[in-house]
Ligand binder design. Structure first.
Ligand SMILES: Nc1nc2c(ncn2[C@@H]2O[C@H](COP(=O)(O)OP(=O)(O)OP(=O)(O)O)[C@@H](O)[C@H]2O)c(=O)[nH]1
Ligand SMILES: [Zn+2]
Length: 353
């Protein structure tokens, strides 16, 4: 069974390339030209998975059994057909390729269709920006990498990742790194009620077996603040990845943005010779993660721990401090929510504000 169906993925390009991925449509200066005839159906197209994007060139991996005419797994470089020039194509997309799909040096294929996506991870530049930027297609899981210290963990950034994941239908996981530097438990207690699986990581104590077990057969997008040790972790998980390791600036606690582009990496599943392939999608470290494209309902989907309480809110409740009879306030007052629960309410209110 091919790794291509139904579960893989790959990566996309740095956020710097976002202009290319904006969904906002620009007016077409040639709009009054007659449209070219529809191209014939692409009966000879082969399917690939986009694993990298770089300035209008897409790298797609074609599985060994994807093309009866050429039974090699191969990496194909492609451009996209004119009719797709406003369609964001991102890492993880399943695409149909025509033209020279040999993958030979100097060959260039053409992407003619992008398959419907199972999931789509998006962000916006900031919360006031409603233009969404498409990051990764078809991810099943999001591994949120956060450091116990250096840089200091930020509840709000993790809140945002969680909302983006739940909103996209992607299952979140948390890996807390650098537990050799600080006790991670106070930070983790904030998310305890969500029951998100947590991996704890330190040099020479990588939770590799546990993480690999959850990667098998799935596509997992790794996200995190710059400098948290995401590349270090990925190199340990996928030794041939050779992701650049940066140095955290002593003053700012920030990484140097060493990983500037996304990439899809095949993760081995030791012990399972022909076991299901896992795909790891590394994304550049960020300092913020905008949710301008997420609706209030989408934000609430990141707070499953509060869902049962919110059910009892008056119709149309904004859940804000000034909302009359918000059940969240009642739950804090009568002890249904403890201090950690009250902090979650605060998180929710900030995101809804
Ligand atoms: N003490 C300690 N340091 C770590 C750990 N993991 C990574 N580091 C160090 O943290 C620094 C940043 O690691 P990277 O792997 O480059 O971090 P990153 O998240 O990929 O950062 P960006 O490339 O900026 O996105 C490096 O100096 C690593 O050696 C850990 O578990 N404990
Ligand atoms: Zn309410």
């Amino acid at each position: 069974m091919s790794w291509l169906t139904p579960d893989d993925d790959d990566v996309d390009d740095p956020y710097a390339a976002y202009a290319d991925h904006e969904v906002r449509q620009r007016p077409n200066p040639k709009a009054n030209r007659p449209r070219t005839k529809r191209r014939p159906e692409h009966a000879d197209a082969v399917t690939g998975m986009v694993t990298a994007v770089d300035r209008g060139r897409y790298t797609a991996l074609v599985a060994a059994d994807a093309d009866p005419a050429d039974l090699r797994e191969r990496t194909v470089l492609a451009s996209r057909a004119r009719e797709l020039r406003r369609t964001p194509i991102v890492i993880g997309d399943r695409v149909q390729l025509v033209g020279d799909t040999s993958g030979d040096d100097g060959s260039l294929a053409r992407i003619v269709t992008v398959a419907e996506r199972r999931t789509l991870l998006r962000r916006s530049a900031d919360d006031s920006d409603r233009v969404e930027r498409v990051m990764v297609a078809n991810a099943d899981q999001m591994l949120i990498v956060v450091a116990a210290a250096n840089p200091e963990p930020r509840v709000r950034l993790v809140d945002r990742y969680l909302v983006a994941a739940y909103d996209a239908g992607i299952t979140p996981l948390i890996c807390i790194t650098k537990v050799d530097l600080a006790d991670p438990e106070p930070f983790l207690s904030h998310f305890a009620a969500l029951e998100v699986p947590v991996f704890r990581s330190a040099p020479d104590a990588w939770p590799l077996a546990e993480i690999r077990a959850s990667l098998a057969g799935r596509t997992t997008v790794f996200v995190g603040h710059s400098g948290v040790g995401k590349s270090t972790l990925i190199n340990a998980l996928v030794p041939e990845a050779e992701r650049a390791i940066g140095h955290v600036n002593e003053v700012t606690g920030r990484g140097r943005h060493t990983s500037s582009s996304s990439v899809a990496l095949r993760a081995a599943t030791p012990g399972a010779e022909n076991g299901p392939t896992g795909w790891v999608i590394d994304t550049p470290g960020v300092r913020s993660f905008g949710l301008g494209h997420v609706t209030p309902e989408g934000i609430l989907s990141g707070f499953t721990d509060l869902a049962q309480i919110i059910e009892h809110c008056p119709r149309g409740c904004t859940h804000q401090h000034d909302a009359p009879d918000c059940e969240l306030d009642a739950a804090i007052a009568d002890g249904r929510l403890d201090a950690a629960g009250a902090a979650r309410v605060e998180s929710l209110r900030r995101l809804l504000a």
